[in-house]
Write a protein that binds this ligand. Sequence first.
Ligand SMILES: CSCCC(=O)C(=O)O
Ligand SMILES: [Fe+2]
Length: 197
Amino acid sequence: MNSQAADLIISNMRAYIYDNEPTDPRLPHEAIPSIPISIDVLDKLGVQHVTIPTEEDWEAGINKLADERDYKSRDALDISRAGLGDEFEDKLRGFWTEHLHEEEEIRYVLEGSGYFDVREGNTTDKWIRIAVTAGDLLILPPGIYHRFSVGQEGKAHLVRLFKDKPFWTALYRNEETDASVFNKQYVETYNARLLST
Ligand SMILES: CSCCC(=O)C(=O)O
Ligand SMILES: [Fe+2]
């Protein structure tokens, strides 16, 4: 694990195997008995996490991380009915549909809670669910398939950080994305990390 990854893995968030029940995604969906996923597994996936308590000067924490990782811009998104109004359901559907990005996905939870589900490699049979609440910052590597749901309170107020200009393009999973350089790079890196242990 490189030192930057090590610095970031100061974590109290929870990750576990999703139970694949066809019920409300806002429920915890923790398999019974629970199958916890360790920080080491997340590290191999390139998923990084740090807690920056919102009670403290969280902006100083975000600014430090942005300087260290050269994130040049940010915006905020209040994913709630109050924040998005009529767009709420549509936006939730978009986040919930399995997709990848060409760049890192960096999200800091200011208020509320939610779940990031990620694929281990290019599996299609299971999800790893990462539960996040206020103070959690999660970094997903380019090319990893993922989706997002708000938690049971139906609200997640997030700061989104970007390498350059704020832009958000979700590439929804299909044969083309499976063959994309972004997903291939992610899978190759993941497999190489598996072999190096
Ligand atoms: C807005 S929270 C995270 C949802 C997501 O996967 C995304 O923004 O691409
Ligand atoms: Fe995404």
